[in-house]
Design a protein around this ligand. Structure first.
Ligand code: NAP
Ligand code: MG
Length: 501
């Protein structure tokens, strides 16, 4: 099909930002990469170049880490009261809110995602994250400890201290929100940061950096270095003066991060891939389950680590579910993310487009039935049709691997025993999320206990809330982000014992 994709007009603020010469943020100053190199940023819907950003590498990471170390050890940030830190974190949330429409436009342009989703989810989620995490600054207490076996008089207690200089490496699927998930708790805890955005989507992080400076964070507290994973990312994860690295991205790179971190045994947290099951029981409200499981996979073009990519429907309702999800797929309006009527944009890059179309080809070869979709959309940009693959089974590549595109693999099941259901849900190396669709509360909560995943959704999918801990079992990661749990990532516990002599 020959479909011309035109870029809708941007608002004046996003236009002004795009026209700038982009720099990286080190020690409170906007600078070029030491090498002077830049790389192009592309609109994935039109394949037009929309800007160039510095290709930061080891030299820039070294400078950024030095600045972060200085800001951590001395100066206003190190002395700041929790109350004042909390105020700054809250203020950054307010600034995001003031610039929400501009940020949503930049996100839609750079990543391809629908601008309406960018505004209500990515940008709003980031605002909410800062406002929620601001509260933690003033609540990071140690404990007094009653010693258990030591004679005499003791005063024993713990202190909770910021972990130090943190390297944060984030992906392209939710560029601004991933920056917010990482920055907000680390700042609330009093850490200093070097952030490396994904090469495909650096723009919103750079605009965010301007707001960080405007909010009044002292120089060096947040440093933002755009660049490639193999150079800037690798330098950050192996840096001997970085105390902790927080990573979101592929499981493959997650394993590289672990190896790189071994040099100085820096703390590591990982939020990696998934192949999440959505399980529809015969008693489910099928209207809710069909709309919900379709959204679980087509939302954000399927580029969600939690995407409901393995759909299990009981055989008594299998045909209805397959037809229903296919009908939802056909309703999807594909186009440029900046068009407010669009609800499915392009994939983020040519690499991702090739990956997803490769999986479509392999699914066909392995005997999956293409109920709807299965093709690229148009001849420009990285669009792929929302696709339903039926008659899939556990051995197919499309079922085993994270596709990271709008492609759902449906399987029928005929077991009523919950252990059997949990067994096929758990038949994956991942364990990030699962959704259970039923009206039977006992079934829902018993199955929730049997599934090996960090997050379980009942009659919904892709749920998220700043107060709700999020992370993976198995190869989906280490540790939990958000909620109270994330503070474990960004603090160390120090135990003090005094003998009262
Ligand atoms: P990726 O390579 O894991 O990228 C994530 C981040 O890690 C990016 O900032 C990347 O930089 C950086 N990176 C890459 N190699 C590195 C290294 N050796 N050391 C340190 N940092 C490094 O993911 P991708 O290549 O963009 O996507 C590949 C697949 O990963 C996707 O198809 C999908 O299956 C999965 N993925 C999962 C998530 C998730 O949220 N769980 C998010 C994105 C992708 P560059 O941008 O320069 O590569
Ligand atoms: Mg990569």
């Amino acid at each position: 099909m020959n479909i011309a994709i035109r870029r809708p007009t941007l608002g004046p603020d996003a236009t002004a930002f795009l026209a700038k010469e982009h720099k990286i943020l080190i020690d409170g100053k906007w600078v070029a990469a030491q090498s002077g190199q830049t790389f192009a940023v592309e609109d994935p819907a039109t394949q037009e170049v929309i800007g160039h950003v510095p290709a930061g590498d080891k030299a820039d990471i070294d400078l950024a880490v030095k600045a972060a170390r200085r800001a951590f050890e001395s100066g206003p940030w190190a002395r700041m009261t929790p109350r004042d830190r909390s105020r700054l974190v809250w203020k950054l949330g307010d600034l995001l809110e003031q610039h929400a429409d501009e940020l949503a436009e930049l996100e839609a342009l750079d990543n391809g995602k629908p601008v309406t989703n960018a505004r209500k989810d990515d940008v709003q989620g980031s605002i909410d994250m800062f406002h929620y995490m601001a509260g933690w600054s003033t609540r990071l207490n140690g404990e007094t400890i009653t010693v258990s076996k030591s004679d005499g008089n003791w005063h024993a207690y713990t202190l909770r201290e910021p972990v130090g200089v943190v390297g944060q490496i984030i992906p392209w699927n939710f560029p601004l929100m991933m920056a917010a998930w990482k920055l907000a708790p680390a700042l609330a805890a009093g850490c200093t940061i070097v952030l490396k955005p994904a090469e495909q989507t650096p723009l919103s992080a750079l605009r965010f950096g301007e707001l960080i400076v405007e909010a009044g964070f002292p120089a060096g507290v947040v440093n933002i270095v755009t660049g490639f994973g193999e150079t800037a990312g690798a330098a950050l994860s192996e840096h001997p003066d970085v105390d902790k690295v927080a990573f979101t991205g592929s499981t493959e790179v997650g394993k590289l991060i672990v190896k790189a971190a071994a040099g100085n045994l820096k703390r590591v947290s990982l939020e990696l891939g998934g192949k999440s099951p959505a399980i529809v029981f015969p008693d489910a409200d099928l209207d809710v389950a069909i709309a919900g499981t379709a959204d679980a996979i087509f939302y954000n073009q399927g580029q969600c680590c939690t995407a409901g990519s393995r759909l299990f429907a009981h055989k008594s309702i299998y045909d209805k579910v397959v037809e229903g999800v296919a009908a939802e797929a056909k309703k999807v309006r594909i186009g440029h993310g900046l068009d407010p009527k669009v609800n499915l944009g392009p994939l983020v890059s040519k690499e991702q487009h090739d990956r997803v179309t490769g999986f479509l080809e392999s699914g066909r070869k392995e005997g999956a039935e293409v109920v709807t979709g299965g093709k690229v959309h148009g001849n420009q940009g990285y669009f792929v049709e929302p696709t339903v693959l039926a008659k899939t089974n556990r051995d197919m590549r499309v079922v085993r691997n994270e596709i990271f595109g709008p492609v759902v693999c449906v399987q029928a099941y005929d077991d009523d025993d919950l252990d059997a259901v949990a067994k096929f849900a758990n038949d994956t190396e991942y364990g990030l999320q699962a959704s259970i669709w039923t009206r039977n509360l006992k079934v829902a909560h018993l199955l929730a206990r049997k599934i090996k995943a960090g997050t379980i959704c009942i009659n919904t999918h892709n749920f998220g809330d700043p107060a709700w801990p999020f992370g993976g079992y198995k190869q989906s990661g280490w540790g939990r982000e958000m909620g109270k749990e994330v503070m474990e990532h960004y603090t160390e516990v120090k135990s003090v014992a005094a003998k009262l002599v």
